[in-house]
Structures are given as C-alpha cells and as structure tokens.
Write a protein that binds this ligand. Structure first.
Ligand SMILES: Cc1cc2nc3c(=O)[nH]c(=O)nc-3n(C[C@H](O)[C@H](O)[C@H](O)COP(=O)(O)O)c2cc1C
Length: 168
C-alpha cells in the first residue's frame, strides 16, 4: 500500500480526545490541504473556521444535536460554503475530507459533524459571525485520540459493478 491508501484506511471517526493541543503548523497544513480540494470551475467557495476557545467550543456543542463531544474537544473546524455557487456543497465536502485526511497524516484524529442539513446551521453561522452569504457545511472535531472505535465497512464485492449494473 502507498502512504495515501494507508492514511485513508487508518482513519476512523474519533469522538473522545486527549486534552493536548494540536500544533499550529499541523492546523496550517491541514487547512492548506483543505484549500487544495478540487472545486467546480475552481471557485473555491469556502471559509474555514478554526476554533480552540473552550467557551466557543461549548457553545458550538450546545447548538448541535449528536455532537456534544465537541465541548471536550481541543479543536474544531467549521467549514462554510458560499450559497450562491451551485456546487458549494460538493466543493466544501471535498475540502472537509481533505482536511480530515491531512490531519490523519499528522496523527490527529477527527470526526465529521453534519452541518448543512441541520437546523442549527444558521445559528452556527451567527455564533461564529460568518457573513450571511455563507452557510455551514460541516464541522470537524479534532485532537489526539483518547479512544478509537472501528466500524465495519461494506464489502467492495457487493458495491462495485463493471461496465453495466446487473442484479445478482
Ligand atoms: C456528512 C456526515 C455527517 C456526520 N455527522 C455526524 C454527527 O453529527 N455526529 C457524529 O458523531 N458523527 C457524525 N458523522 C460521522 C459518522 O458517524 C461516521 O463517519 C460513520 O459512523 C462511519 O465511521 P468512520 O468515520 O469511523 O468510518 C458524520 C459523517 C458524515 C460524512
């Protein structure tokens, strides 16, 4: 396996982190990798928030439904997309995955937290002072893992088709 495959396959969502801070150079590299994601017409329609402040992390966690663990995370990213661009959702999801994989390559684990389809998206925008023309696409809680649980992935043989799909 090459290094990219190894990083991709070693990633698991982590929701319980050690309190240790994440180095700013790691954060910078991860954000740069997010910004290297492909985007429709190269519009790069995003804003990346980096949140470390404990009070703000608690406020973010309070707004979410299934992600109260953000309050105890040392770091959270908030990815916002420019609503007027047709493909902002795809673009920002590509950036989110790049961010997560770049963190993983530095030994920093994370969990993607839903944004765009959640009722709290608008409240999150206001909380973080982001301009109205942007909407929350995703949150990513991150840090050194305190606990890792590994979920089962579907078997490729049941998911792949060659040339033309046929029922078995
Ligand atoms: C779009 C999206 C939204 C998600 N939202 C949440 C969330 O709100 N809370 C949470 O704990 N995990 C969330 N997750 C993480 C998934 O639960 C996780 O990726 C899935 O269980 C597979 O586990 P793995 O990441 O370890 O492969 C989200 C993942 C994606 C891609």
């Amino acid at each position: 396996m090459n290094i990219v495959s190894t990083v991709i396959k070693s990633r698991h969502s982590v929701r319980n982190f050690k309190p240790d801070p994440v180095n700013d150079l790691v954060i910078k590299d991860a954000i740069e990798c997010a910004g290297h994601a492909p985007t429709a017409m190269n519009l790069q329609p995003w804003l990346f928030g980096i949140i470390k402040n404990k009070d703000m992390l608690s406020k973010i966690a309070e707004l979410t439904v299934h992600s109260k663990f953000i309050a105890k995370s040392p770091l959270c990213f908030a990815i916002f997309g420019e609503k007027k661009e047709t493909y902002y959702l795809e673009d920002c999801c590509a950036a989110t995955e790049n961010l997560i994989l770049a963190l993983q390559a530095h030994g920093i684990t994370s969990c993607w937290v839903a944004g765009e389809k959640k009722q709290y998206a608008e409240a999150m925008r206001k909380l973080l002072g982001v301009p109205e023309n942007y909407t929350l696409v995703s949150l990513v809680a991150a840090g050194y893992p305190a606990e890792i649980s590994i979920v089962k992935k579907k078997e490729m043989k049941n998911l792949v088709f060659f040339e033309e799909f046929k029922e078995n």
